[in-house]
Design a protein around this ligand. Structure first.
Ligand code: FES
Length: 118
């Protein structure tokens, strides 16, 4: 029996992982840039409290956790952003990921434009 492994697309990179693996661990193991700038050194190491591993996820991951929901509900995050915290997600299927700018990875092109114009 062939076991299929989820495929993860991150920018130009394509990797595979085990189903159910923690998304943060998968990305760090593959040396993909989950954290922006100084966040690479001062993040919470996967506790779900800093919010710097926020990422746009297209595809199947585990349900949002209570700590993830809590962290994504206060600034600089916005509860309606649609972002997920990689450290709280289990990979359940193929994914396409996009990391946005800013220390918390919350600056989409639209929000960067509006903050520059403010
Ligand atoms: S690593 Fe801090 S919230 Fe995910």
């Amino acid at each position: 029996m062939k076991i299929t492994m989820p495929t993860i697309i991150f920018g130009e990179q394509v990797i595979e992982c085990e189903q159910g693996e923690n998304l943060r661990h998968v990305l760090l193991k593959a040396k993909l840039p989950l954290y922006n700038g100084i966040a690479a050194a001062i993040h919470c190491r996967g506790m779900g409290t800093c919010g710097t591993c926020a990422i746009d996820v297209e595809g199947s991951v585990s349900e949002i956790t209570s700590v993830e929901k809590w962290r994504l509900s206060f600034p600089p995050h916005k509860s309606d952003s649609g972002l997920r915290l990689a450290c709280q997600c289990k990979v359940l299927g193929d994914l396409k990921l996009k990391k946005h700018g800013g220390m918390w990875g919350n600056r989409t092109d639209a929000s960067s434009r509006s903050s520059r114009n403010a």
